[in-house]
Write a protein that binds this ligand. Structure first.
Ligand code: G3H
Ligand code: 13P
Ligand code: ZN
Length: 332
């Protein structure tokens, strides 16, 4: 058993309260490898932004959970080395699907866990979330829960269609579970194909797909029921078309990839939405940089020569999200 405080990590409680009062959101970036982690930490340290490092079940399988935890511990030291005296870094389990998984992360030094019971019947979601909260709170680990179902398919996280969160359930759910934050469904979804072309309109000038707007009326109704309660948005990549174009022009094939426009995320960040999850955009940045490098330099075979530019591109993306979209710079 190791407590996250001994690793220099922090939980989300104070971070979220400050973000809500300050009208900004904390970035929650997934990581699966060293280059992503380096880019996240460098971007956060150089912009002095609090940051949430997220580990999914897929990441645990891909990179080994022990290694990922030690990498997060290393991230705190790396941040200090970069001149960030008091790093505000959270290590968070993304989409935990069982009590046992959440417990093992709490015991292993995570400072925050998500229990995603959103696919379960309402009462079962409450019972499971409550069980995780009761365990995690003994160690001052914060718990994110989810109510409502996101559409989209993202490896292990999938749901055929979206069901918006019902505002009339949120008071009962948060009171009975004791969760610290609530992930809601208002039209975001996981992955690089967030909307089908038939759900979108077409920009007459660029010919690009324009997605339908998020359901801000549902968000408003939730905030009215739970004033000041931390709200989380999953599936918030904006799928930058520059990256999609580079990928498609250099041997890739991502037709009709579309995400959430950044203006809508900016608007959400100013509200009680205090955590915004971004994973796919980092994947796109990495893939675009690697495809471009391979095309321009077919002679390269040292991975540092293509993973280096990929890491630089991800750092640029993370800084952009922090400074231009979420507004979390200089808040840590
Ligand atoms: O919510 C899903 C995240 O993007 C994690 O994706 O399960 O492929 O690691 P993953
Ligand atoms: P994206 O696929 O939009 O990046 O969402 C990531 C996410 O919600 C991780 O939990
Ligand atoms: Zn998610």
């Amino acid at each position: 058993m190791v407590n996250y405080k001994d690793l220099g990590l922090v939980n989300t409680r104070e971070m979220f309260a400050k973000a809500i009062n300050g009208g900004y959101a904390i970035p929650a970036f997934n990581f699966n490898n060293m280059e992503q982690l380096q880019a996240i930490v460098k971007a956060a340290a150089e912009t002095k932004s609090p940051v949430i490092l997220q580990v999914s079940s897929g990441a645990r399988k891909y990179a080994n959970q022990t290694l990922l935890r030690y990498m997060a511990e290393g991230a705190v030291q790396y941040a200090k080395e970069l001149g960030w005296e008091n790093p505000q870094i959270v290590l968070h389990l993304d989409h935990g699907n069982s009590f046992e998984l959440c417990k093992s992360c709490v015991d292993f030094g995570f400072s925050s866990v998500m229990i995603d019971g959103s696919a379960l019947p309402y009462e079962e979601n409450i019972a499971l979330t409550k069980q995780v909260v009761e365990y995690a709170h003994q160690f001052d680990v914060t718990v994110e829960a989810e109510l409502g179902v996101l559409a989209g398919v993202e490896d292990e996280v999938s749901a055929e269609e979206s069901h918006y969160t019902k505002p009339e359930e949120v008071i009962d759910f948060s009171t009975r579970t004791g969760c610290d934050s609530l992930a809601i469904s208002i039209g975001t979804s996981h992955g690089a194909y967030k909307f089908k072309p038939e759900q979108c309109t077409k920009d007459p000038v660029t010919g690009r797909l324009v997605p339908p707007p998020l359901a801000f009326d549902v968000l408003d109704a939730i905030m009215e029921k739970l004033p000041g309660f931390p709200i989380v948005l999953h599936g918030s990549s904006s799928v930058p078309q520059e990256y999609v174009d580079i990928i498609n022009a250099h041997g890739g094939n991502l037709p009709n990839a579309v995400g959430i426009p950044e203006e809508q995320l900016r608007k959400a960040a100013k509200s009680a939405v205090c955590k915004i999850n971004i994973d796919s955009d980092s994947r796109l940045a990495m893939t675009a940089a690697i495809r471009l490098t391979f095309d321009e330099h077919p002679e390269y075979f040292d991975p540092r020569k293509y993973l280096g530019p990929a890491r630089d591109e991800m750092e640029k993306l993370y800084k952009h999200k922090i400074v231009e979209v979420l507004g979390s710079d200089n808040k840590a």
